[in-house]
Design a protein around this ligand. Structure first.
Ligand SMILES: O=C(O)CCC(=O)C(=O)O
Ligand SMILES: [Fe+2]
Length: 262
């Protein structure tokens, strides 16, 4: 459709999509259409089974190559993925060059990702496209400044996991990630906060932490996903009923070009 194509020609006004008090968190609802979501899910599940790597609490596909502490050992990305990453670059204008690494995470309703910080190999801008069902992502100030002895372990995909968090709850906040939305976090939110997703089936949207994108909470209130008394703004619960898939799109600036040359 001409109208739909037109939507992608211009860059977005990022400023209007900033959520919460940090200027470095951007939430864009309806970033892709339903049909594009279906196509992406189709392509993801068409990939060979060997593409999936099972972790303790989720499974993932790694695209773009292996992230090493010294940079990226690149592998070509499929065109169904570059179509999406190119649009993210073009619409946001926040990446200095093409996104070259994508992790596709799949979470069952009782799965999540422990609070962590993305590794130093990446340029400090992350774009996360959410598919299929809503979830909340939680940001917690990095305990580094309060606990100098915190040990972080580097995983194969370049993440730094921090299993124990003891930071000030008041500075923590959540963002409701609706299907087809794009979350971008960068700079201060990238370097000074941990982010994670709880592994519980039931999520309380406003008890433990502040949800910063309230418009999406109102939207969720109107769906069948919500349980409990919708008139009681103090207790907004929702139950995760199906899996959630996300595309974590990042840029590794340092790319090793000739490592696989014979
Ligand atoms: O699935 C998400 O929204 C978060 C994924 C994430 O934090 C990561 O891949 O590093
Ligand atoms: Fe992450």
């Amino acid at each position: 459709m001409e109208e739909e194509d037109g939507k992608y020609e211009k860059g977005l006004d990022i400023g209007v999509h900033i959520v919460g008090s940090l200027p470095t968190i951007i939430y864009i609802p309806d970033f892709i259409y339903q049909s594009e979501q279906s196509q992406l899910l189709h392509d993801i599940y068409e990939a060979p089974a060997s593409r999936w790597k099972s972790l303790k609490n989720r499974r993932l596909q790694n695209w773009g190559g292996v992230v090493h502490e010294k940079g990226l050992l690149p592998q070509p990305m499929p065109s169904w993925l570059t179509k999406t990453t190119q649009r993210i670059c073009q619409k946001t204008g926040l990446f200095p060059s093409a996104i070259n690494h994508v992790l596709i995470n799949e979470y069952l309703p009782d799965q999540g990702i422990m609070p962590h910080q993305d590794g130093p190999a990446y340029f400090p801008v992350v774009a996360i496209l959410s598919l299929e069902s809503p979830i909340t992502i939680e940001f917690t100030p990095h305990p580094r400044s309060k606990d100098k002895d915190l040990s972080v372990s580097e995983t194969a995909i370049g993440q730094q996991d921090s299993p124990s968090i003891n930071s000030d709850e008041h500075d923590s906040f959540s963002i409701l990630l609706m299907p087809r939305s794009l979350l971008i976090f960068k700079d201060h939110a990238y370097t000074d906060y941990l982010h994670g997703i709880q592994d519980s089936v039931s999520l309380n949207l406003d008890k433990a932490r502040i949800v910063v994108n309230t418009a999406q909470v109102m939207e969720l209130k109107e769906t069948e996903l919500l349980h409990g008394d919708v008139n009681m703004s103090q207790s907004i619960m929702f139950r995760r009923t199906s899996k959630r898939v996300s595309l974590t799109c990042r840029l590794v600036l340092k790319v090793h070009k000739n490592l696989f040359k014979f």
